[in-house]
Design a protein around this ligand. Sequence first.
Ligand SMILES: NC(=O)c1ccc[n+]([C@@H]2O[C@H](COP(=O)([O-])OP(=O)(O)OC[C@H]3O[C@@H](n4cnc5c(N)ncnc54)[C@H](O)[C@@H]3O)[C@@H](O)[C@H]2O)c1
Ligand SMILES: N[C@@H](CCC=O)C(=O)O
Length: 546
Amino acid sequence: MDAVTTPPRPTNEPVHTYAPGTPERSLIRAELNRQSATAAQHLPHVIGGRNHIGTGRLVDVVQPHAHHEVLGTIRTATHDDARAAVDAALAAAPQWAATSFDERATVLLRAADLMSGPWRERIAAATMLGQSKSVQQAEIDAPCELVDFWRFNVAFAREILAEQPMSSPGVWNRLDHRPLDGFVYAITPFNFTAIAANLPTAPMLMGNTVIWKPSPTQAYAAAQTMELLRAAGLPDGVINLVHGDGKDLSDVVLADPNLAGIHFTGSTATFQHLWREVGSHIDRYRNYPRLVGETGGKDFIVAHASADPEVLRTALIRGAFEYQGQKCSAASRAYVARSVWDRMGDDFLTEANELAYGDIRDLSNFGGALIDRRAFDKNVAAIDRAKTVAHMTVATGGGCDDSTGYFVRPTVLLSDDPTDEAFATEYFGPILAVHVYDDASFDDTLRLVDTTAKYALTGSIIATDLDAAAQANQVLRHAAGNFYINDKPTGAVVGQQPFGGARGSGTNDKAGSKANLMRWTSTRTIKETFVPPTSSAYPHMETDPS
Ligand SMILES: NC(=O)c1ccc[n+]([C@@H]2O[C@H](COP(=O)([O-])OP(=O)(O)OC[C@H]3O[C@@H](n4cnc5c(N)ncnc54)[C@H](O)[C@@H]3O)[C@@H](O)[C@H]2O)c1
Ligand SMILES: N[C@@H](CCC=O)C(=O)O
């Protein structure tokens, strides 16, 4: 059992600006140059603490904005690699479960300090190059959100351990927050280095051993994050990093009786596939695997007739087009009252048209490229379809160019039909569908927002009329797990806006919160009776006096 100690009180990691003349600007430039000039390395699996090359298909990991520049190679995990990872996770489990909470937490607190300090530019530059993030977008991801996940999770986990039941005289009740009885499979998306690192490390903090499969397109930063964790003292076999598309890996991992949980972030379709696979194996498992998945979104901004046009314009630009619209939280549908659109629509379209997307090594760019060919093709197809739809106009953008990188211009689709697929389908790119509604139709519009898409991740109401904001807050109660009033629907901060959504957007276990950490512990209740009874008779059984 752990002593009740007090870990350092977390505060959010300060966000650097990288403005001209700042020290961080010179440091990141130097690191971008260094990494760009380094010859591509093979990024091995790390199984049981050992680098493991494997024999699977070789895949290039490239810079999305300059796809001829190869950062590294990975090999897709085979059934043999998967078996080795399962064996390593199971072998490390008893010792890790017996390791005190403080020792487990120390690994993450040290990792957070390394990330905040000496590794800061290295991971930020890797995220920029591998995932095509502007320096500002990399900064709020890794380092900042990742440091926050690690520091806040330690504090939240300590609160969980400290919450104990009441005891009555003569009895001591305790809760033993055990790790799950098996291993956890963490499957992570391309778009956030912080999410990719949080998914294996949250269960690890609670005493579980983990198989971590990052996205192939995030493998470059993931490999460096794994190195950082090892430098912070992560014991061998506690997290086993296995690369690839996950198909062969899942054949083995999902069929293993010791699968105790899946910690997933990615598309709704992939999570549903995994859920079905688990269901088909349900009678094999020793426990019911915990399934935690944060998935897709079709996130909205609703502008009431009282909206401040400048606030709305900024929320739309940042919410829809930062990181090329590749955030699960990105605004991809907007409903704007006609009187407001008349005042800000042209300015908004002009600003969107002028946003600079390009090579993220040029710090003057607002954004970079889409992550890969698949994403590019999906967005091109969506724009091509929109051009053929009678009730829709491509109000700005629509340009696509994959000659050097997977570039799609910020695109606004204006539609008279708010039930069009552009208001319901997640394209995961810089495409915003806008419907301009009559000012008097605010009530109907809110109901439309609630029912058009299957997702419920994030959304915003922009209004200076507080009654209108309150009405939206009420009608859209189930339409978003993260709801914003007079702000963009992106940019949740750990410890401030716990993040996640329901309906088609996931299990809403709120990454970076106590609720999430609770999923990685299997609580045992212990009752100890100091002077136990020695007779089974109860007073009511005594004979009445005659
Ligand atoms: N709700 C959230 O918090 C959140 C956060 C980030 C991203 N997302 C969502 O993620 C999606 C974009 O990310 P993506 O393109 O990486 O998603 P994706 O579903 O294509 O891939 C996610 C991960 O699943 C893996 N995968 C796919 N099939 C697998 C299988 N059979 N076995 C094991 N692993 C498998 C992928 O290789 C990747 O590592 C979007 O839908 C976005 O909304 C959601
Ligand atoms: N938590 C991030 C989104 C993560 C998904 O991609 C945000 O709030 O913008």
